[in-house]
Design a protein around this ligand. Structure first.
Ligand SMILES: Nc1ncnc2c1ncn2[C@@H]1O[C@H](COP(=O)(O)OP(=O)(O)OP(=O)(O)O)[C@@H](O)[C@H]1O
Ligand SMILES: [Mg+2]
Length: 265
């Protein structure tokens, strides 16, 4: 091998590489060919090498009241206010006024962001899922140049899918799975980095549709579980494609200005 090829990288090359690794720029975190989207949630991004891979789908799952919606709202809010990435929220579970009120408790003023055309909240009736809805989501997403999307929730939609136009008889597990697959892939057309929320069944780790775990690229599990400290919830990154994720469980705090994922002590 020629000497020049054997040479170690120059100091300035190494410095540049370091700068790239440590970069905290508006476009995200770039490392080894993966552009990462920071969630901005306290203590979370370091668990996934700086953020979720751009355009990936993340499943945030857990039982009722574990903080799934708050996690999703914070991902959207921080995206807009800290990383200049507009967002779209698609909700089936909660009325728009209630979502706005829930966010306000943390000092996140979603109405203001909507006025500035940085955010759009779309609330739908689960019984009215059709192609017009997808068309509207696509149009709105392109109007505000959305980079992030929150879908709350897959379980609400799949639970009620038998009543909408996609099936004409009571749905079996297979048709629910097909429907969830269709939904997630349809929303990939938005070219956004997405969070899908889903409920899990009690002590089981699986979602009700039992397939979104396999469709989504990353899984964040939230649970009620005490680790002996002051917090009653935990967070675990259960899967993260293209990422060496931290595999520990972490105490999760719902603080005054948002979530904080604590280190194990
Ligand atoms: N301002 C707040 N400060 C601290 N904790 C809060 C605050 N607001 C809500 N919580 C806690 O968060 C829980 C609700 O969080 P969230 O709505 O994100 O849960 P979820 O997992 O989406 O629930 P569901 O499955 O019912 O939709 C409440 O039950 C409450 O314990
Ligand atoms: Mg919720």
């Amino acid at each position: 091998m020629r000497d020049s090829l054997k040479k170690k990288p120059t100091q300035s090359f190494q410095k540049n590489k370091l700068q790239i690794k440590e970069s905290n720029n508006k476009e995200g975190f770039y490392e080894e060919g993966v552009t990462r989207i920071k969630t901005g949630i306290g203590g979370f991004d370091k668990l996934v090498q700086g953020g979720f891979p751009i355009l990936s789908n993340t499943l945030v799952c857990g039982t009722f009241g574990t903080g799934k919606t708050i996690f999703g709202l914070e991902f959207i809010y921080r995206g807009i206010t800290e990383y200049n990435e507009n967002g779209i929220i698609i909700s089936f579970e909660v009325r728009k006024e209630d979502l706005i009120q829930q966010a306000k408790m943390f000092g996140w003023y979603l109405e203001e962001l909507e006025k500035q055309k940085k955010l759009k909240i779309l609330c739908y009736d689960v019984l009215k899922i059709n192609n017009l809805m997808f068309e509207e989501i696509k149009r709105v997403s392109s109007e505000i140049n959305a980079k992030r999307m929150l879908f709350d929730s897959l379980s609400e939609v799949s639970l009620n899918m038998g009543k909408n136009i996609h099936v004409d008889k009571s749905p079996d597990t297979y048709s629910i799975q097909q429907f969830v697959y269709y939904l997630v892939h349809k929303l990939r057309e938005l070219k956004t980095t997405n969070i899908f929320i889903s409920d899990t069944l009690g002590a089981e780790d699986y979602t009700k549709d039992t397939v979104s775990e396999f469709i989504c690229d990353n899984i964040v599990q939230l649970k009620f579980q005490t680790m002996g400290g002051p917090y009653s919830r935990i967070l675990l990154v259960r899967k993260a494609r293209s990422t060496k994720n931290n595999e520990d469980i972490h105490p999760l705090e719902i603080g005054k200005t948002g979530m904080v994922v604590h280190d194990l002590t």
